[in-house]
Ligand binder design. Structure first.
Ligand code: ATP
Length: 321
């Protein structure tokens, strides 16, 4: 491998810059040239590519978002467009590529690997919904951002003796919601992974809590279940307690990455470059049982994981009773 390209694809996540920086600096330390590709696969097929040196990534480790920008590129699902991507790599001399993103981005990476470009994926998403790894870059920052926002909401809701329904991100996965349920001390958490949602039970509980003198009820709704506005209206109608829904939204994707995110991003970035230097391709980097590991992309995409049943059990035990 002589020249390593790096791109970010899919949703952005805090810590992606730290991963880019690690790829760039490790590759330079190994004597490789580095090319930055802007806007994911869209930039690759358009040739939006520039040479990076050690200074290109100065002053970026603490910044949220991605300095390479990101995009979703629907055209890249077509084989002829994937071929154009591989051809563009050859035009710029890129023989190794690091793709930072989610499952969709890894599928694209697998296609490029089949077309002769040595490609490695790094898991970057706040949602933690990549099955081959216990950690994805961005999760810790997003959970901390959500936790702080919910703490603030609790202050004001308690003062007004309101009930709050807070919707957190996570797409089809409930990791952020489950964490917030525990770390914010919620009364109830709605997760897409747990189907037996009992709204009557929740309403009864809110009424009981009020009788016991509790001034505030916090309900965490995950994006994958959704409908927090409607739920708030139903709670208010059934209990007579003023209930507000707050959808935290994209603020959870921004902000300066935490130390945990910067550390994982740096380690995974260096790991990915080392795989390329060993001649590996079609691999995804993961973090499992406290060590960095790698898997074949197709095997990684076929893996399955679930939320921790123990965490869910604990979240239920810690709810007010
Ligand atoms: P996030 O979890 O943040 O959404 P993601 O990587 O899963 O990240 P996607 O939008 O699914 O996000 O995929 C990102 C990009 O990867 C797509 O816009 C497309 O360019 C490419 N991609 C996705 N699926 C495929 C596929 N089957 N074949 C080739 N390329 C793909």
């Amino acid at each position: 491998i002589k020249t390593i390209g790096v791109l970010t694809s899919g949703g952005d996540a805090p810590g992606m810059n730290a991963a880019i920086r690690a790829v760039v600096r490790t590759a330079l330390a190994r004597g490789k040239r580095v090319m930055g590709i802007r806007k994911g696969y869209q930039g690759l097929i358009n040739g939006d590519i520039f040479e990076m040196d050690a200074r290109s990534v100065s002053d970026t480790i603490q910044r949220g978002g991605t300095m390479l920008y990101t995009a979703r590129c629907i055209e890249f699902l077509q084989p002829e467009v994937q071929q154009r991507g591989a051809d563009m790599c050859k035009v710029f001399g890129i023989d190794g590529l690091v793709v930072i993103g989610g499952d969709g981005s890894f599928k694209g990476a697998g296609k490029l690997a089949n077309l002769g470009i040595n490609t490695i994926g790094i898991p970057g998403t706040i949602d933690l919904d990549i099955d081959c790894t216990d950690y994805t870059i961005g999760f810790d920052t997003a959970v901390n951002t959500a936790m702080e926002a919910i703490d603030r909401l609790r202050d004001t809701s308690t003062s007004h003796e309101r009930c709050s329904v807070v919707e957190v991100m996570g797409r089809d996965a409930g990791y952020i919601a489950l964490w917030c349920g525990i770390v914010n001390g919620a009364e109830y958490v709605f997760l897409p992974e747990v189907q037996n949602i009992k709204e009557e039970e929740l309403i009864e509980k809110i009424l009981m809590n009020r009788k016991k003198g509790k001034r505030h009820n916090l309900i965490i709704m995950s994006e994958g279940v959704g409908g927090s506005d409607e739920l708030a209206k139903r709670i208010e109608a059934a209990t007579g307690i003023e209930t507000r829904a707050t959808i935290l939204g994209h603020l959870q994707r921004g902000g300066s990455p935490t130390a945990v995110d910067r550390m994982h991003a740096s380690m995974m970035g260096a790991y990915a470059v080392d795989l390329l230097c060993k001649g590996e391709s079609n691999r995804v980097v993961g973090f499992k049982n406290n060590t960095y590991v790698d898997f074949d992309i197709d095997e990684a995409l076929a893996m399955q994981k679930d939320i921790s049943s123990r965490q869910y059990e604990v979240s239920q035990m810690l709810e007010t009773r």
